[in-house]
Ligand binder design. Structure first.
Ligand code: COA
Length: 295
């Protein structure tokens, strides 16, 4: 499959096949060929025949979020993702999986369908076009750790999230992640991330930040690896140490007092420490787009 623009790792588009998990109620509202990608194979979670694929998808969640301590029970997949929202991802037909990958996914005997190597889940919020990101998973790191991969999977997480937001028709995006998460490197590819929380006791991980951005074509293309696009990013005002709980709490107090902040660009890993850049932005008219600037 090919996209309407050139990307850093075209192998992901030529070798992998896309899938979408969606009910017949949500499917008509999705773009199953985001940016001209090959049409996604549709998995309907309300059908018995989807069970083997969904079991392997659950395995992907266990492989990626298990080590993070946040694997999803199957009912959460169904109630909080497949029914209200949608899942988009990239995979390989089972017969193209190399032995170490087959072992990692513990494929059942005789399975011949797609093996999902990545997934992005989002859930629509009240306002049309506003979605909350629920899960990003890529088997790329686990597959590389298990040995040489038959396919170059670099960029799999980023490409999956970018295509998924396009597939779902997201106009304004909200998400939550941990300050230490490697996924922050992916999220900032969409441009500056406006902070809604910096310390989140409502989440099982207090060190969670909640972030948002208005979606544009350029942001999606940049995240997918279109090198012709450069996004605007405000200068860094200070750096937050990703292990410094007091700094997260102080930032949370400043947000609640009405100040506005963005993560303008990628974190820095230095001698075991992770530091995340922060920029102070005006409370309104900060250039992040109408959805986020209109409060
Ligand atoms: C996070 C996750 C999705 C990444 O998947 P992936 O396929 O490796 O993602 P990508 O290859 O697209 O991108 C990773 C990016 O982070 C960068 N990165 C990661 N660690 C880095 C570090 N220490 N320093 C600099 N860059 C780093 C990579 O270089 C890459 O950026 P690049 O494309 O500009 O080179 C995957 O590890 C995963 O599923 N983790 C478990 C679940 C999880 O944490 N999900 C996110 C919840 S918000």
């Amino acid at each position: 499959m090919s996209l309407s623009f050139a990307i850093r790792n075209p192998t992901l588009m030529t070798e992998l096949v896309p899938y979408v998990v969606a009910t017949p109620f949500n499917l008509p509202l999705l773009d199953v060929q985001p940016f001209g990608a090959q049409p996604a194979q549709v998995i309907d979670p309300t059908r018995l025949s989807s069970a083997p694929f969904l079991d392997i998808l659950h395995r992907l969640d266990g492989l990626t979020f298990g080590p993070e301590g946040m694997p999803m029970p199957k009912w959460v997949f169904y109630d909080c993702a497949e029914m209200p929202g949608a899942i988009y991802g990239l995979g390989l037909p089972a017969n193209r999986l190399w032995p170490a990958a087959r072992e990692l996914f513990a494929l059942p005997d005789g399975y011949e369908g797609i093996v999902p190597l990545s997934m992005y889940i989002a859930i629509p919020m009240q306002t049309r076009g506003v979605w909350f990101g629920h899960n990003l998973a890529s088997a790329g790191p686990a597959l590389r750790a298990a040995g040489p991969t038959d396919i170059d999977l670099r960029g799999l997480g980023s490409v999956t999230k970018g295509l998924a937001l396009r597939c779902f028709g997201v106009k304004t995006f909200w998400g939550a992640t941990q300050w230490l998460s490697k996924a922050l490197f992916i999220h900032v590819k969409f441009g500056p991330l406006r902070l809604a929380t910096a310390w989140t006791p409502a989440h099982s991980e207090n060190e969670t930040l909640t972030y948002g951005f208005d979606v544009t074509d350029d942001k999606l293309r940049a995240s997918i690896g279109d090198r012709s696009i450069t996004l605007e990013r405000p200068p860094v005002d200070f750096w937050l140490d990703s292990s410094d709980k007091a700094a997260m709490q102080a930032l949370q107090h400043r947000i609640e007092a009405g100040e506005r902040f963005v993560i303008p660009s990628a974190p820095r890993h230095e001698a075991g420490d992770v530091r995340v850049p922060i920029a102070v932005v005006p409370s309104s008219g900060h250039g992040l787009g109408p959805g986020l600037g209109s409060e």
